[in-house]
Design a protein around this ligand. Structure first.
Ligand code: TXA
Ligand code: MG
Length: 320
């Protein structure tokens, strides 16, 4: 027997329910003009981990953070002049800007896969804006499709596959653009096309001049090119069962070595992979600041979110 689909909230009366669900850390399907998003409170590590779990991707890709208006967007990132011009021209709308995150942003490090930049977008769909305004928190939302399936452009595309996983999906009707947002990063003031999408490159060039392509090893890279993402400067040893003098431990589960030094961390003492994902980037950064010779990481199972956690740890442990 197949599960019955998740609730579909109507765009007027359902907004308050959907906003409350977001505030309490639940996931909600949100309509935007491009595609439906799988939304969660971007400041809640656990909600963001739940998004990755629901998507079923074997790796952490940084997510787009959705805000109700331009001013709220600048609370989280530092815009260059070109970014301000593009926001002026295309927000609200299908444009995502990747910019340096403000230290006080409060957006989960997991949402940006540990990067120092955030991808920000102010969607044009009136229902999305009303929901964002009501929830009054930044919302992380990848396209609401399971990894490897096509992007959802109707509420029912979301309600079925995510039954039991989301509190519901807000029905905003069929998406008008039907194609994901254009993603633009910046190399200084030079705009870089990270993903073609709902706004044509020519229209962007009319505002800020020629777009460049991401250099494979440059500071900005497109998703597939982000080879290392965030990596600590301290060397990392994986699948460790023991810890030696001068090392610091990133544990997992209840049974950790008795000699793990003070300052060591545990991703999840109960062995919960969602909790581990939620803690991953923040704990790596903390351990990186300790000044140890090596961060030793206990084995993490290759199931569920464990795959994405291990993928990220393996990348982080490769020499630069
Ligand atoms: O239209 C859209 O953009 C939809 C709706 C729901 O807003 N969202 C969407 O999200 O397509 P997602 O997670 O499927 O795609 C996010 C894109 C990826 O290409 C990702 O690599 C890029 O944005 N991205 C996010 N943060 C980034 C960052 N800090 N640096 C570089 N690329 C980033
Ligand atoms: Mg997608």
């Amino acid at each position: 027997m197949s599960k019955s689909p998740a609730p579909v909230f109507d765009p007027e009366n359902g907004i308050a329910t959907a906003a409350k669900a977001l505030q309490s850390g639940q996931l909600v399907g949100i309509p935007t003009e491009t595609v439906y998003g799988l939304g969660g409170d971007a400041t809640n590590d656990d909600a963001v981990a739940a998004i990755f779990e629901a998507k079923g991707r074997p790796s952490f890709n940084p997510l787009i953070i959705h805000l109700a208006d331009e001013d709220s967007a600048w609370d989280h990132v530092i815009p260059c002049d070109a970014a301000r011009k593009l926001a002026e021209a295309f927000w609200p709308g299908p444009l995502t800007l990747v910019l340096p995150r403000r230290p006080e942003s409060g957006v989960s490090l997991l949402a940006s896969a540990g990067l120092d930049t955030l991808a920000i977008r102010v969607p044009a769909h009136p229902t999305a804006r009303l929901l964002l305004m009501t929830a009054n928190t930044p919302v992380a939302a990848p396209s609401a499709n399971k990894s490897g399936t096509i992007s959802p452009t109707r509420a029912e595309h979301v309600a079925g596959p995510f039954a039991g996983v989301i509190a519901g999906v807000v029905d905003g009707g069929p998406c008008q653009v039907g194609l994901e947002s254009t993603v633009i990063g910046f190399d200084g003031e030079v705009p870089v096309l990270l993903r073609p999408g709902g706004i044509a490159a020519e229209d962007i060039e009319n505002i800020v001049g020629p777009l460049s392509n991401p250099a494979p090893d440059g500071a900005i890279a497109s998703p597939g090119m982000l080879k290392r993402h965030y990596a600590p400067t301290t060397p990392i040893r994986l699948d460790a069962q023991d810890v030696e003098q001068g090392e610091i431990m990133l544990g997992f589960g209840a049974e950790t070595p008795a000699n793990a030094p003070e300052g060591s961390r545990n991703l999840s003492t109960s062995g919960d992979l969602r909790e581990a994902a939620a803690n991953l980037f923040a704990m790596l950064r903390e351990l990186d600041d300790v000044g140890a010779n090596c961060i030793v990481v206990m084995p993490i199972p290759e199931t569920g979110l464990g795959q994405a956690i291990n993928d990220r740890l393996r990348r982080a442990s490769r020499p630069a």
